[in-house]
Structures are given as C-alpha cells and as structure tokens.
Design a protein around this ligand. Structure first.
Ligand code: DGL
Length: 273
C-alpha cells in the first residue's frame, strides 16, 4: 500500500504539542507535520488571510496523499475549518476529511468544571471569532465563559523566549486579566496549541484550585474515537509508524525548535508554498 499519512497542520511549532500526543496514542499510523513557520503567527491575521493560508496548506497535504488532515491550530480551526469543510471539500476532495481542535476540546471541558465557569485563553483571532463560547453554549447551555486574547504568547514561543522575564510579564498580565473577569472560574482552556510550551510559566502564576486544560490528549482521544467510528477512513490511512516534518521556513530553525519541543531529533524538509 502506498503511504497515506495523516496530515497535521499548524501555523508553526504549536501543532507539535498535538502531534506528540497523537503519535503517542496512535503510533501505528504515518504522519506528515506541516508548519507554516514562514507566515506564522496567524493569530492576528484577518479571516480571509487565515482561510487562504490554511486552505493552501490543506491542499498541499492532500497533494502529499493525506486523506485526513487535522488542523492542529485553534486559529485555523476557528477561522477556516467550517468554510473548508462546507465550501471547499465537496468540490476539491469529497472523500477526504479535515478536522479541527475546538469542537473536541469543547465537548469534554464541561465535565472538568465544578463551578461551570470557564476561562479561555487564545490568540486574538480565536477569541474574536467567539468559537469557544459558541461551541460551549451549544453543548453546555448552563456554562459561563470568559475569554482573554494573549497576542504576545505565540511570538514568545516562536522566538523561544519561554523562560524569560518577558514571558513572565505577559503570562501574568493576561492570566490576571482573565481571572479578574470572573472569580468563579475554576477551569481554563489553553485554546492555542502553542500555549503548552509556556506551561511552566503559566503554572507559576495560576492560583491554586484552577485546572488548566491542554489540548494534546483531548484531540488525540477524539481522533482515536473518530477512526473507530469511521472505518472507511481508518483503512485508508497507511500504517508504517513514520513521521515526516515539513516547514515553509528554515529547516535549521525548525529542527532545533522541534527537537527541543518533542524531545527527539527532528529532520525536516523545506516546502515552498
Ligand atoms: N497554534 C496556533 C493556535 O492554536 C497559533 C496561531 C498563531 O499562529 O498565532 O491558535
């Protein structure tokens, strides 16, 4: 059988936090990771731009024989997923599928909170799209949601400034601002796949009694369930246990960062889009 890897897409390094868990829970499959590092961050870009870039990357992954693509990026999931699923897929590749990270996160988060007051941290794009409040309202109508955009967090991660006083300043600032909106928040969604890379800093400023939700495990579990429910897709995905990495920017930078994030050596290839 020719390789039909599962495509994992992010604007940059953040999706590696999702890939890590997916490959851990589903090691048999082949994967292609694509980071659009040359154009990251996406977080403050317009709807049209995020949609255009994301569609381009999805088409690229389709051309590399991916039958199934995961948008391991909240910003792309918030701003591009629905249009790609409803408008583009039916004409472009009716048999292929593109899934996101917001719905699976919203599906489980209601079960974590006791107070039913939830906080969401994300990029400006994700927060302004209101995707989390909309999804949570549909699934758990009694939940109260407060959000906070953290426009500096992704640039901090993309520039490897996680363990600096600059990171401390912005993490503390945004966390305090979110918690000041509602004293009853007991659960915070890290609604950006880059944010787990700031976990140590976030935990430093997080009051006790508040749980943090990261998405890696949740998205991986949701993919396990998806493949179980969709045998027609499951059988189309090849199983060679291979992961290939592609970046639209410098492979040297990508390899150094990805090796750090994943804790194993990564050798990426360059892709010009
Ligand atoms: N990892 C992306 C997300 O989950 C970051 C978006 C960006 O590039 O700003 O939203």
């Amino acid at each position: 059988m020719s390789k039909k890897p599962i495509g994992i897409f992010d604007s940059g390094y953040g999706g590696l936090t999702i890939l890590k868990e997916i490959a851990h829970q589903l090691p048999a499959y082949d994967y292609i990771y694509l980071g659009d590092n040359a154009r990251a961050p996406y977080g403050s870009r317009s709807f049209e731009t995020v949609y255009e870039y994301t569609l381009q990357c999805v088409q690229q992954l389709f051309s590399m024989d991916c039958e199934l693509v995961i948008l391991a990026c909240n910003t792309a999931s918030a701003k591009a997923l629905r249009t790609i699923q409803q408008k583009d897929l039916p004409t472009l590749a009716p048999q292929k599928r593109v899934l996101g990270v917001i719905r699976p996160t919203a599906e489980v988060v209601g079960t974590y909170s006791k107070t039913k007051h939830i906080g969401v941290l994300g990029t400006t794009g994700t927060i302004n799209s209101e995707s989390y409040p909309i999804e949570l309202e549909k699934l758990f109508p009694s939940i109260t949601v407060h959000q906070e955009a953290c426009p500096m967090w992704v640039p901090i991660v993309e520039n490897h400034e996680m363990n600096t006083i600059g990171a401390d300043y912005f993490v503390q600032k945004n966390l305090n601002s979110l918690l000041a909106k509602d004293v009853n928040i007991d659960t915070i969604i890290l609604g950006c796949t880059h944010y787990p890379l700031l976990l140590d800093t976030i935990k430093k400023y997080l009051p006790t009694g508040i749980s943090l939700i990261t998405q890696g495990e949740i998205v991986a579990e949701s993919l396990v369930s998806y493949l179980h429910r969709h045998p027609e897709m499951e059988t189309r995905c090849s199983k060679g246990g291979e992961i290939n990495y592609f970046t639209t920017d410098s492979t040297e930078n990508f390899d150094a960062a990805a090796t750090l994030f994943l804790g194993r050596e990564v050798k990426s290839k360059h892709l010009a889009l």
